[in-house]
Design a protein around this ligand. Structure first.
Ligand SMILES: Cc1ncc(COP(=O)(O)O)c(C=O)c1O
Length: 431
């Protein structure tokens, strides 16, 4: 069991009175309760009791440059002088849009939102407007945020409602598809006419499981053959797998791209959806004065100058490309050496991932989809592992499905420490 400090406990007791379960987002809870962060810098977080943790959570994967990167701090200060929220159009939104469109290969036009959830919602609405169809395909284990129509089939065994309040009307047009299984997906395409299919090029919350390139290519062809729009949810992979995201990395291009997390410069809330002009023009009210023929998008804080100014500065830095060699090398090292540790002790576990996304699975076989990542999982042991990491000053996302996001602030030293602490656990728990 993980033992948080006394001050964290006190804060948790107060938090329980004002937040259900004491947390501001369910995923932030772990047993017996989370530690409370006082400050963060680089790849480390410091809690209120003076404990320091190597952070592989990294702001849910948003902080590709690390916590409080000097460039970001400087940009935020500059932006505060401009005005954090104006509500009228401003030059910074044009600059930001131009920068994103330049970096994301399949994008010609863009709309900004305040979160990945919102961006997915609007992307699906746009696809439905374009195709004049209703059904949407999504993959088992895919997490696209809390939008009703995509909040389906996220958690194993993928056959129960993911929340109360999801009406049949809101979810009946959502068809679940098996990840990395083109034959089964083809069958579903024969049974249904889709407006769009939404996929993460690498399952993120589903366990950092990459799509096979051939699978993605096959999916692209299926969409082309059936007039279905392919949506890449690149909220995690965007600006992480490469400056041009997962689409550039795989060389497979979607019709619509959804962005978030790193898009905000690693610290500011934002989302976006972008596509070629022909699709995005369906949001143009001057071309389509009849509201029922176009797709609506809006938002009080969308394209506020704070996020536009800071986001542009950070994206320009990422565009230089130098960080990707570093984070991908660390990712490769951790993925390879984790498997070596598991094999050395004949321990039933596998790593997964690509680039700077790493998943750890206490399963009987290496998972290629979220179903396999769960069917043979040793849940009790994986929870113990999570607690062991915390007790040794390491924080990763999710006790039951540990996954890591590596930032440019991590070095070989932090990776070595992670491997050392993991080996200690594996050694102790191998038969
Ligand atoms: C792939 C993916 N899409 C969408 C979302 C939702 O984004 P947000 O939390 O900004 O609403 C997330 C969040 O974790 C995500 O990982």
């Amino acid at each position: 069991m993980y033992t948080p400090g006394r001050k964290s406990k006190e804060l948790y007791e107060r938090a329980k009175k004002v937040f259900p379960a004491g947390v501001s987002y369910t995923i932030r809870y772990f047993e017996p309760h989370p530690f409370y962060v006082k400050k963060a810098k680089g790849c480390r977080v410091h809690d209120v009791d003076g404990n320091v943790y190597i952070d592989y959570w990294m702001g849910h994967g948003a902080l590709i440059l690390g916590h409080n990167h000097p460039l970001m701090v400087k940009a935020i200060k500059e932006a505060a002088e401009i005005g954090t929220h104006i509500g009228l159009v401003n030059e910074y939104e044009v600059m930001y849009a131009e920068q994103v469109v330049k970096m994301i290969p399949s994008a010609e036009m863009i709309k900004f939102t305040n979160s990945g959830t919102e961006a997915n919602m609007y992307a699906v609405r746009l696809a439905r407007t374009y195709t004049k169809r209703s059904k949407i395909g999504k993959f088992e284990g895919g997490w696209h945020g809390g939008y009703d129509a995509l909040h389906v089939g996220v958690s194993y065994p993928f056959n129960k409602p993911e929340s109360g309040g999801l009406t049949e009307g809101a979810t009946k047009d959502t068809i679940l598809l098996p990840f990395n299984d083109l034959e089964e997906v083809e069958k579903k395409f024969r049974e249904h006419e889709f407006a769009c299919v939404v996929i993460e090029p690498v399952l993120g919350a589903g366990g950092c499981i990459p799509a096979d390139k051939e699978f993605l290519k096959g999916l692209r062809e299926l969409c082309d053959d059936t007039g279905t729009l392919l949506i890449f949810d690149e909220v995690i992979t965007g600006f992480r797998l490469s400056p041009g995201g997962g689409q550039k990395f795989y060389g497979v291009y979607p019709d619509i791209t959804v962005l978030g997390k790193i898009l905000g410069g690693g610290g500011l809330p934002v989302g976006a959806f972008c596509a070629r002009k022909e699709i995005m023009e369906l949001l143009d009210h001057t071309k389509y004065p009849d509201a029922s023929t176009r797709a609506f998008h809006g938002g009080t804080y969308s394209a506020n100058p704070l996020v536009c100014y800071v986001g542009t500065k950070i994206l320009r830095e990422l565009e230089k490309g130098y960080i990707y060699n570093h984070i991908n090398k660390l990712g490769e090292k951790i993925i390879k050496e984790l498997d070596e540790i598991f094999q050395k002790y004949n321990f039933q576990a596998f790593s997964s991932g690509v680039g700077s996304m790493v998943g750890i699975h206490f399963t009987k076989e290496k998972p290629t989809d979220a179903r396999k990542a769960n069917t043979t999982k040793n849940v009790e042991l994986v929870k113990k592992y999570h607690a062991h990491l915390l007790n040794n000053g390491i924080v990763v996302i999710k006790p039951t499905l540990p996954h890591l996001f590596i930032s440019n602030a991590h070095t070989e030293n932090e990776i070595e420490e992670f491997l050392r602490v993991t080996e200690e656990f594996v050694k102790k728990h191998s038969q």
